[in-house]
Design a protein around this ligand. Structure first.
Ligand code: SF4
Ligand code: SF4
Length: 334
């Protein structure tokens, strides 16, 4: 059954970049070392920051990110800490290289999802985007992870370079034993913002013609599919997650954002200072969340206006949804 997943008012979601270092150099990488530094957080700091966001009253979920988080030798300790202080779900996003023998240092009971990234159904397309050898390593990593009894998801970031292979991923997902499939839309940030002339974002027409149908097809294989809503009709309600939900995007230099589209700029509204979460001075992202514009998302209007379109009277033809608003199709089997 397909449904739009409203922003949870009862959960805290922590997107925790424990380092920015990575072994790959994906052409669309959103990590911006100029803004977020190059340091690897010591385990004591990771544990202290996990404590800051562990909510006693509400559900708290953590996603460990990088860079490549398995490059951090103390990731297993961080996972066990999150588990012991009551995080409801723990996910590790990985490029599949699974460094430091991570699979033998954590248990399937410790971790809800290992989430892998693949950006093509074929070696050629994936490796053009993510680097030579990354397809084979990721596939081998998924197989090993499933074999050891962990639950897995796969993230496919759709761009003009790989949308033609999205449908071909279906049999691969089934063969690999993937439980959840995330289709992501490419954001014009990090390297994609530097290479704007590449026109990586697919058009609205192509997105609407392709994504919902393929998502339905994949869900029929018994896999839950989640994809961003992206486009809203003018009469559909718009909500900014920055105003109504508790999402925290944490970077190793202490910056904490509420909105991922702000991450290329020093617009973070919070900061971790001496292991305490403090507000940052204005102007910051909070000032942008409060603006109401007919195009929907304010940050989209500022950083990637190419995806907007206007009527002859100047009114927008549609609105852009918050990038955190998702459609979810749950398979009957999941
Ligand atoms: S694996 Fe992730 S962090 Fe590493 S280069 Fe690719 S997109 Fe960037
Ligand atoms: S993506 Fe847009 S709507 Fe969503 S939190 Fe950021 S500014 Fe708000």
């Amino acid at each position: 059954m397909k449904k739009t997943v409203a922003f949870s008012k009862n959960a805290v979601n922590v997107f925790f970049h424990i380092l920015t270092r990575c072994n790959l150099k994906c052409s669309h990488c959103y990590i911006n070392k100029k803004e977020h530094g190059e340091n690897t957080l010591p385990i004591d700091t990771i544990e202290a920051w996990l404590e800051v966001f562990a909510s006693k009253k509400r559900e708290a979920n953590v996603i460990f990110l990088g860079g490549e988080p398995t490059l951090h030798p103390d990731l297993p300790k961080a996972i066990k800490k999150a588990k012991s202080i009551g995080y409801s779900s723990i996910t590790v996003d990985t490029n599949g290289y699974l460094f430091h023998d991570i699979l033998s240092k954590v248990d399937p009971d410790d971790i809800d999802y290992f989430s892998f990234s693949l950006d093509g159904a074929t070696r050629k397309t994936n490796d053009t985007i993510r680097g030579k050898g990354s397809y084979d390593t990721c596939i081998a990593g998924i197989r090993k992870t499933v074999l050891r009894g962990f639950t897995t998801s796969l993230i496919y970031t759709v761009s003009t370079k790989n949308i033609h292979e999205l449908e071909m991923v279906a049999p691969l997902l089934k063969d690999l034993g993937i439980h959840r499939f995330f289709i992501q839309v490419i954001g014009i940030r990090g390297k994609s913002a530097e290479n704007r002339q590449e026109n990586l974002q697919v058009s609205r027409i192509q997105w609407l013609k392709t994504i919902p149908e393929i998502a339905q097809k994949i869900s029929r294989l018994g896999i839950t599919v989640i994809y961003p809503k992206v486009f809203l009709n003018p009469d559909e309600p718009f909500e900014c997650a920055g105003l109504v939900a508790e999402n925290y995007f944490i970077f190793p230099n202490g910056r904490v954002y509420r909105c991922p589209l702000c991450e290329d700029f020093p617009l973070h509204s919070l900061r971790l200072k001496d292991d305490v979460l403090v507000d940052t001075p204005r102007i910051n992202e909070n000032d942008l969340f409060a603006l109401h514009i007919p195009e929907g998302c304010v940050m989209n209007r500022l950083v990637q206006p190419e995806n907007l379109s206007y009527n002859s009277d100047g009114t927008p033809k549609y609105k852009i949804a918050c990038c955190l608003l998702k459609e979810q199709i749950r398979s009957k089997e999941s």
